[in-house]
Design a protein around this ligand. Structure first.
Ligand SMILES: Cc1cc2nc3c(=O)[nH]c(=O)nc-3n(C[C@H](O)[C@H](O)[C@H](O)COP(=O)(O)O)c2cc1C
Ligand SMILES: CC(C)CC(=O)C(=O)O
Length: 406
């Protein structure tokens, strides 16, 4: 099939919709329930206006930034998304190669369809384009963790991730139960039979790696179990396998079993950000799971300022959810995110053209972001600040924001 070259991230989505099987498209595209939060993640960005500065020499611009103290080429990384081989046969391997080539951070899902060792190996075999640079950095790759009820299963995953060179554990804290994604419920979605949750298969847990043994109708589910009447196979699997009783103690448990930095993914409030710092995390990802969990939750770009304020610079704060344009990246950085991560666009790009597609999409977002910086008068990411924005609540230009002498 000849496909027109995408010129914006939305074009990748249009193409993916035409090439993906319905089951896969529905799983990737869905948000929870009325999908308000899914939409809000995107539309909240467009309610923020930019204040460009002019007559700055923008003939050279650097996008370089650091995450957990490691350099990456741009502040645009890849969020964990499960089951990437539904989009392209090379799935997570292709994403790893693309991220390594672009020298950016990839977070691998616990529920990948390629095992974490193979993903690490795929990324290692690629050298980023470092023309003009002396050092060839090793790619930054983190492992996203779902905590299984069976802690030995979880511990094995962590130990393997350490051994394979993953640089951090990103523990997802917004999924004690799966949100109600209506299309998946209608499709009775489970992982397709030709694929497995490869990390479990690799540790000899073949049955856990498939979902065909999962009981979909939880007639026997306790009445206290939320959201399980008429559900998807995936939701039933999450209920069966993962630990809904997690509390902040999980951070201490993780500390006791690994020396890797710990990032909590799914923090949306100042209160939880303070608790995260209190419990000693190394990073916070502001995320509402791409609107797939609590429908009606605030957009991530609106949640970001209170989290950044609560954290007071103690650790890196990252954001994902609804980032589709370079100007979105700019806005998130201006509000204090150290980097942004993207979810669905990676799946669309995989569906479009595998590794090449992901590279093309990341390159496009980088280019858009670079242009946003140039047209706003910024040459380094550290120059992007709150002064470059007008938020919906700001009266045109607030005097406290802009000191009179400027
Ligand atoms: C198909 C799909 C699968 C996902 N799988 C995971 C996962 O395994 N672990 C996780 O922490 N988040 C998962 N997420 C959430 C993403 O990491 C991320 O928070 C979200 O997609 C960001 O929003 P965006 O898609 O608008 O960029 C998934 C999201 C999608 C769309
Ligand atoms: C298997 C799921 C829990 C993966 C996920 O996080 C999602 O589908 O949003």
């Amino acid at each position: 099939m000849s496909l027109v070259k995408p010129v914006c991230v939305g074009d990748f989505e249009e193409i993916a919709k035409t090439v993906l099987p319905r089951n896969a498209w529905d799983y990737y595209a869905s948000g929870a329930e009325a999908m308000q939060t899914l939409e809000e993640n995107k539309s909240a960005f467009s309610r923020i206006r930019l204040r460009p500065r002019v007559l700055v020499d923008v003939s050279r611009i650097s996008l370089e930034t650091q995450v957990l103290g490691q350099c990456i080429q741009s502040p645009i990384g890849v969020s964990p998304s499960a089951m990437q081989r539904m989009a392209h046969n090379e799935g997570e391997r292709a994403t790893a190669r693309a991220c390594a080539a672009m020298n950016t951070c990839m977070i691998l899902s616990s529920w990948s369809t390629t095992c974490l060792e193979d993903v690490a190996e795929a990324g290692r075999s690629v050298r980023p384009d470092t023309s003009g640079k002396r050092e060839v950095p090793s790619p930054v790759r983190w492992f996203q963790l779902y905590v299984y009820k069976d802690r030995d299963t979880t511990l094995n995953l962590i130990k393997r991730a350490e051994k394979a060179g993953y640089g951090a554990i990103v523990v997802t804290v917004d999924t004690p139960y799966l949100g109600r994604r209506l299309a998946d419920i209608r499709n009775r979605f489970i992982i397709p039979p030709h694929l497995t949750l490869a990390n479990l298969e690799a540790q000899g847990q073949g049955e856990k790696a498939r979902m065909d043994h999962t009981v979909v109708d939880k007639d026997k589910a306790s009445p206290a179990t939320p959201g399980q009447s008429n559900t998807s196979g995936l939701a039933a699997y999450v209920l069966e396998q993962t630990d809904a009783s997690l509390t902040w103690d999980v951070v201490h448990w993780l500390r006791s079993v690994t020396s890797l930095p710990i990032i909590v993914k799914g923090v949306m409030t100042a209160e939880d950000a303070r608790l995260a710092i209190h419990h000693g995390v190394d990073g916070i990802m502001v995320s509402n799971h791409g609107g797939r969990q609590l429908d009606g939750a605030l957009s991530t770009i609106e949640a970001l300022p209170e989290v950044v304020e609560a954290v007071k610079g103690a650790v890196d704060v990252y954001l994902d959810g609804g980032v589709r344009r370079g100007t979105d990246v700019f806005k998130a950085l201006a509000l204090g995110a150290k980097a942004v991560f993207i979810g669905r666009p990676v799946l669309w790009a995989l569906a479009y053209k595998g590794e090449e597609g992901v590279k093309e999409m990341l390159q496009l977002l980088e280019d858009e972001f670079k242009l946003a910086m140039a047209l706003s008068g910024c040459t380094e990411v550290s120059q992007i600040s709150r002064r470059h924005l007008i938020l919906p609540g700001d009266s045109s230009v607030s005097s406290q924001l802009i000191p009179a002498k400027l």
